[in-house]
Design a protein around this ligand. Structure first.
Ligand SMILES: *Cc1c(COP(=O)(O)O)cnc(C)c1O
Length: 403
């Protein structure tokens, strides 16, 4: 068996069963096996096809606005006693990294001849990205969204609607993201040939964790080249927030072979460390199967998946991508938690000092980076600023404004 880290670097992981070491795989009903195999086949072919890569490259630059800048954050750095650089996914079209994956999978859907696309969404960021990509390519799009989230995230529902997507509220289960994914999978099972399931994070059954990582690695590839050119060398640490783990794996993956670069994932510590108070899947979760993959989960002693509250809706998922579970187990990346209050405070600090309003999700990465800077003075820190915070103004107002 491949040495796990080397396996990730040289592409032996995921293996043909979709395993990253002991994690990952394909735990789905027989009816979905064929569809997943077909998706994997087409994805593997497309990603090495020059014509497809050129098409994707053009959409990334001409529609999304890539490469996103790498911004030095001198005033934050002065306060923290560090050299701080921000990878600006907040400046990507639709305001977050999710669009990188959405356009890539939508192009793949088109190439595979899909008649329609289904997607799930929690806070609505992935739903908006999927709706935008489908509008761009002329693909009908249905987005499943928990009824509770439809209520909480009205502006994103309106955005999806304007882009021509059909938003379907899901009342089953907890009526949030977990139930929405169940429903999207159910839809896909009923028409696995004509429908393409556009999954929003590095989770789910193989090939999604790999496919989403491939689509998001553009973040880390750009950042690595930019920081070498602009700062004159590699960072000492790369920091990103972790929900399902797509922006973090996208930032981390191109640095896996750079032994001098530490990788720090920051999870939502929510209101506290008790079960049902946080979404810190890697830091405090246990192994189990959710949505077709074997990874780390927030579950009780009976294996029941537990609610995962966080002030940032995008980090509120009870599972995590299997590649993160492996990076954690082999110690290549470290995962820490940041609570709601610390995240709000870090958001305020960045906004005041740099004139950049990060998303509450991204603010977790800022708070984690600041903590790391305190323990490791004078270092070069790369932060993945996964999205912009305009969507969070209502929550911030209710929270005392973040000042
Ligand atoms: C959705 C979202 C996240 C969390 O998702 P990952 O798959 O863990 O990246 C983080 N930041 C923003 C801005 C998001 O919209």
């Amino acid at each position: 068996m491949a040495d796990d880290l080397q396996g990730l670097i040289d592409g032996a992981w995921p293996d043909e069963r979709g395993r990253f070491g002991e994690f990952g795989g394909r735990f789905v009903p027989e009816t979905l096996m064929g569809a997943l195999q077909r998706l994997e086949h087409h994805a593997r072919t497309a990603l090495v096809d020059d014509a497809f890569r050129a098409l994707l490259g053009r959409e990334l630059s001409e529609w999304i606005g890539r490469p996103t800048p790498l911004t030095p954050a001198a005033r934050l750095g002065e306060v923290w006693g560090a050299e701080v650089w921000l990878k600006r996914e907040d400046l990507a079209h639709t305001g977050a990294h999710k669009i990188n994956n959405a356009i890539g999978q939508a192009l793949l859907a088109k190439r595979m001849g899909a008649r329609r696309v289904v997607a799930e969404t929690g806070a609505g960021q992935h739903g908006v990205a999927a709706a935008a990509a489908c509008a761009r390519l002329g693909l009908p799009c249905t987005v499943y969204m928990g009824a509770v989230d439809v209520e909480r995230q009205a502006p994103n529902v309106q955005r999806m609607d304007l882009m021509g997507a059909k938003v379907v509220p899901v009342h089953a289960g907890d009526a949030t993201l977990r139930a929405a994914i169940d429903e999207a999978l159910r839809d896909w099972v009923s028409d696995p040939e004509g429908t393409f399931y556009l999954l929003g994070s590095a989770v789910g059954p193989h090939p999604y964790p790999w496919l989403v990582r491939e689509m998001q690695s553009v973040i880390g590839r750009e950042a690595r080249a930019q920081i070498r050119a602009q700062a004159g060398g590699l960072p000492d640490v790369a920091v990103a927030c972790v929900g399902g783990g797509s922006n973090a794996i996208g930032l981390f993956h191109p640095f896996l072979g750079d032994a001098s670069v530490r990788l720090l994932g920051v999870e939502a510590g929510g209101r506290g460390s008790g079960l049902g108070e946080h979404a810190a899947t890697v830091a405090w979760g246990t192994p189990g199967v959710l949505h077709g993959t074997f990874s780390l989960l927030i579950q009780d002693a009976d294996g029941q998946v537990i609610e995962t509250p966080s002030i940032s809706a995008g980090l509120d998922y009870p599972g995590v991508g299997p590649e993160h579970a492996l990076l954690h187990r082999i110690g290549r990346a470290r995962y820490i938690t940041v609570g709601d209050e610390e995240a709000v405070e870090a958001l305020g600090e960045c906004t005041r000092l740099e004139g950049i309003l990060p998303a509450l999700e991204s603010a977790h990465a800022f708070a984690g980076a600041r903590q790391w800077a305190r323990e490791n003075p004078g270092k070069r820190i790369l932060i993945g600023c996964s999205g912009r915070g305009d969507k969070d103004l209502g929550i911030l107002a209710a929270h005392g404004g973040g000042r």
